[in-house]
Ligand binder design. Structure first.
Ligand code: FAD
Length: 474
């Protein structure tokens, strides 16, 4: 459903940035086309990212609970069996339901959807090579680049991803069988999430990480405790270890040669059925016609934009994974709304100081704002208030009390500077701290807010109390 009449805006890419921008434009009465070549809407996130990974995390957590814990609660689960094919079907159903849902939201909001590859041929023209082979040209007042990112092998450029035994995150989301053992290269969010899926399904999982810590971006104390927690779940880690080669052997196994780069590192050769390469993603900015109009990219291939998402060409903007900033779906969505509001009314804004990050393992890790290391580096004086879930009645009752909440508040003003949570449901719990920071709240504001009992959110309140004064239950 798509017409070539002149548009107010053409958005190239139908991921969380592009599809949300499309819907917002439709809601504001703008004439809009979203160009997407994948054949399905939702981008990386819905098709091969956030959603399928969360489906597998949910299902594998249930499997692990059924096999190791349910008996403790008086629920006998005898002869629990893993149906891995069934698990994959459940994942596919989650994905297809959500992608189809966006298509109906497009219809509802009068968003034209061009299924094909978009290329910028001028400041106000986008040429679409439709998936059926035909070519259409759309004239438009504005163009928004929302082409997202794709898997990158980074410094491991000679590693050949076959998506069967040497896989990217995309292949890891669609394995045919559970590997006996799995090596994950890269201890970032994606590697830890997918590693823990297979670890729960009894793959012997080893994570190799170049730096001296996992979960880059998270608070250092949290990252350390999180690693310990994953080790208790039988995941193994080699930090300060560099991968020098990844080679498939005649027997089908994959050999990974590694070299120590720091005191705790390891040198040797490891072997596994499957190796997941999760060392980063690169922006999708090639074959987009940027050179036709003189839109520059930076060294990492990201479209260069100013704080209003504007490129050097006045009618061309860019958002999401294709530009600077964290590669997160909700960041792309916020930018999608902001750019359309800006084109419509002249004003659109994203507060980059209040963008949450979440690792959806068990326990989950979530944070917003500054880490202790960042505050120390910037020389900012702060109070830290911590509260462990072991002191929270709901967490204890749920038999799920690992982790803690940490509030960091300005020493002088008490304004919240950062909140870090490791624990069950941390990804949901962080929302109140994001809102608090959005409103410029102090830790006292949160400490004096009534939280329902018994809920995990009381641990957030008590950590705020600890930053401001003293918690009650510790
Ligand atoms: P994308 O989602 O990459 O969408 C861009 C779209 O543009 C793609 O569909 C592509 O086909 C299309 N496209 C590209 N070039 C063209 C062209 N020339 N013409 C037409 N179409 C084009 N983020 C989170 O916030 N939470 C998570 O839990 C999370 N989990 C993740 C798990 C995994 C395994 C991965 C890989 C990523 C995860 N992410 C997560 C990151 C998240 O998926 C991205 O940040 C997000 O999808 C970026 O949105 P986007 O709209 O910028 O780009």
């Amino acid at each position: 459903f798509f017409s070539t009449e002149q548009k107010d805006v053409v958005i190239i890419g139908g991921g969380p940035g592009g599809y949300v921008a499309g819907i917002k434009a439709g809601q504001l009465g703008m004439k809009v086309t979203v160009v997407e070549k994948r054949g399905k809407l939702g981008g990386t996130c819905l098709n091969v990212g956030c959603i399928p990974s969360k489906a597998l995390l949910n299902a594998s957590h249930l499997y692990e609970t059924a096999t190791t814990k349910m008996g403790d609660y008086g629920v006998k689960c005898n002869n629990v069996e893993l149906d891995f094919g069934g698990m994959m079907k459940y994942k596919e159903k989650a994905v297809s339901g959500l992608t189809a849902g966006i298509e109906s939201l497009f219809k509802k909001n009068k968003v034209d959807y061009a299924k094909g590859h978009g290329k910028i041929t001028g400041p106000n023209t986008v040429e679409v090579t439709m998936n059926d082979g035909s070519v259409k040209t759309i004239e438009t007042k504005n163009i928004v680049i929302a082409t997202g990112s794709e898997v990158s092998t980074g410094a491991l450029s000679n590693v050949v991803i076959d998506e069967e035994s040497i896989v990217s995150s995309t292949g890891a989301l669609s394995l045919k069988t559970v590997p006996k053992d799995l090596i994950v290269i890269g201890g970032g969010v994606i590697g830890l999430e997918l590693g823990s899926v297979y670890s729960r399904l009894n793959s012997k999982t080893t994570v190799i990480e170049f730096t001296n810590r996992i979960a880059a971006g998270a608070d250092g104390e949290v990252a350390k405790k999180f690693q310990k927690s994953l080790e208790k779940q039988h995941m193994k880690f080699h930090l300060e270890t560099k991968v020098t080669s990844v080679v498939k052997q005649p027997n089908g196994r994959v050999a990974v040669t590694v070299e120590q780069v720091g005191a705790s590192g390891y040198t040797g050769t490891l072997e596994a059925d499957v190796v997941l390469v999760s060392v980063g993603r690169r922006p999708n900015t090639q074959n987009l016609g940027l050179e036709n109009v003189g839109v520059p990219t930076d060294k990492a291939g990201r479209v260069e934009v100013d704080e209003h998402f504007a490129t050097k060409v006045p009618s061309i903007y860019a958002i999401g994974d294709a530009i600077r900033g964290p590669m997160l779906a909700h960041k792309a969505e916020e930018e999608g709304i902001a750019i359309i509001e800006q084109l419509h009314s002249g004003v659109g804004h994203v507060n980059y100081d209040a963008i949450p990050s979440v690792i959806y393992t068990h326990p989950e890790v979530a944070w917003v704002g500054k880490t202790e290391e960042e505050l120390q580096k910037a020389g900012i004086q702060y109070n830290a208030g911590k509260f462990p879930f072991i002191g929270n009645s709901r967490a204890k009752t749920n038999d799920d009390a690992e982790g803690f909440v940490k509030f960091l508040a300005d020493k002088e003003t008490d304004r919240i500077l950062g909140v870090h949570i490791m624990g069950a449901n941390a990804g949901e719990l962080i929302a109140e701290s994001v809102l608090a920071m959005e409103y410029g709240a102090s830790s006292e504001d949160v400490a004096r807010t009534c939280h329902a009992h018994p809920t995990l959110s009381e641990a957030v309140k008590e950590a705020a109390m600890a930053a401001h004064g003293k918690p009650i239950h510790m």
